[in-house]
Design a protein around this ligand. Sequence first.
Ligand SMILES: *[C@@H]1O[C@H](CO)[C@@H](O)[C@H](O)[C@H]1NC(C)=O
Ligand SMILES: *[C@@H]1O[C@H](CO)[C@@H](O)[C@H](O)[C@H]1NC(C)=O
Ligand SMILES: *[C@@H]1O[C@H](CO)[C@@H](O)[C@H](O)[C@H]1NC(C)=O
Ligand SMILES: *[C@@H]1O[C@H](CO)[C@@H](O)[C@H](O)[C@H]1NC(C)=O
Length: 385
Amino acid sequence: MSLLLCLFFSPALSLNNGLGRTPQMGWNSWNHFGCNINETVFQIAGQQLIETGLSKLGYIYVNIDDCWSLKSRDANGQIVPDPIKFPNGITGLASYLHNIGLKLGIYSDAGTETCQGYPGSLGHEVTDANSFASWNVDYLKYDNCYNENIPALKRYPPMRDALNATNREIFYSICNWGQENPWVWGNATGNSWRTTQDISDHWSSMMINFYMNSRYAKYAGPGGWNDPDMLEVGNGGMTFNEYVTHFSLWAMVKAPLIIGCDMGTISQSTLSILNNADIIALNQDPLGVQAECINGCDYANYISGAQANVFVVPLAGGDKAVSITNWGTYNMTYTFDLTKIGVTGQATIKDLWTKEVQTSNAIHVTGLQKHSVKVYRITSNSLDI
Ligand SMILES: *[C@@H]1O[C@H](CO)[C@@H](O)[C@H](O)[C@H]1NC(C)=O
Ligand SMILES: *[C@@H]1O[C@H](CO)[C@@H](O)[C@H](O)[C@H]1NC(C)=O
Ligand SMILES: *[C@@H]1O[C@H](CO)[C@@H](O)[C@H](O)[C@H]1NC(C)=O
Ligand SMILES: *[C@@H]1O[C@H](CO)[C@@H](O)[C@H](O)[C@H]1NC(C)=O
C-alpha cells in the first residue's frame, strides 16, 4: 500500500500491549472481602499464592477491587489511596508483591463513581492511568457503574489509549457486564471483557454465566478473552463437586482464572481444585481456543439437566479436551463416541481429575453424580488425522 493509502486507511487504534496471550490468572479481593480491604489482605493473598504453590501454576496477579481510595480526589485532581487501608500507598504494596515475584492489579470505573461510590475515571483517564503507572500497577479492572448512559465505545477506548500512553504494560480488563456487545469491540479495546452480570456464589449463577459466555466463543483468542466473571471456588455456597464443575468449565472456555476466596484460610480441598495442573493446562494452552458446546447446548437443557452437556476444545499439538457435565440431579450414564470430534481409531484418554488413563475409541461415563463434571484429554493414536 502506498503511503497515501496508508494514511487514509490506517487501522482504528487497537490494543496491542502484548499481554493476555493466555487468560489471566490470579486473585481478587471482591468475592470474599468486598470493601473490607487493606494492605494486609493483599500481602497475605500474595504470600499464600507463593506458599501454596499456586503462583508457580500461573496465578500471578493480586488484584485490588473497589474501595481502595479516598472518596474525593486531591487538589490536583488525582485519586488518593486511602492512607489507613494502604499505609505504604499502592506503590508500597506493588513493591511488596513485585519483590515476591507477583504482579499488582487495581480497579476503577468508566463512570463518574465506582459502584461503591469512590471516584470514577470517566473524564480523568489520562490522570488516573498516569497514577496507576507511577504506582507500578500491572493490571486494571475497569467497571461500568455511574456511566451516565454514555456509550461504552466512548468510555472504554479512552482508558486503553491512556494506559498505552504511560508506556507501562498494564493488562486491561473490561468489566461492562456484557452490555453493548463487548465481544464485538472487546478484542480491539482490552485483554478481556465481561460477558455477563456479576457472578454470585450459587450454582444457578455460575450456570447462567457459563451458558451466556459460551455463546461468544469465536471472539476469544490470544490477547483477548471472554470473561464470565471471577471464581467463587472456596467461598462456601456450592458443594465440592459443583466447584470442580465451575473450575473445570472456566478452564475449558479460556475464562480468566481469578481466585476469589480467602487465601488466608484456604482449605486443602479448595486448593486441590485450584491447583489441578492438567486442568490449568487446558486454560493456558497456547492455541488459545475457547471450548464450544456440541451436545445438550440449549438453555432448557442446562435447567433440566436431561442430557449430557458436552464441550470440546482443540489444543496445541493436536490433542483435544472434552468436558461432560451433568447439570441435572440424577446419576448420569453416557457414552461419547470419539468420531464425533474427528478422532478415528484408538485414542489415549486421560481423566484430568482421577488421572486414570485408558485406550479406547469412546468415553463411557457411568454414575456421574449430580452437578458433576468429567474432563478428558484425548490424544489420538492413529496416523490419519
Ligand atoms: C501502545 O500501542 C502501540 C501501538 O499499537 C504498541 O506498539 C505498543 O506496544 C503499546 N504500548 C503499550 C505499553 O501497551
Ligand atoms: C484488614 O482487613 C482484614 C479483612 O477485612 C481485617 O480482618 C483486618 O483486621 C484488617 N487489618 C487492619 C489493620 O485494619
Ligand atoms: C484479536 O486482535 C488481534 C490483533 O490485535 C488479532 O491478531 C486476533 O486475531 C484477534 N482475535 C480474534 C479472536 O479476533
Ligand atoms: C449416585 O451414585 C452415588 C455413588 O456414585 C450413590 O452414592 C448415590 O446414592 C447415587 N444416587 C442416586 C440418586 O442414584
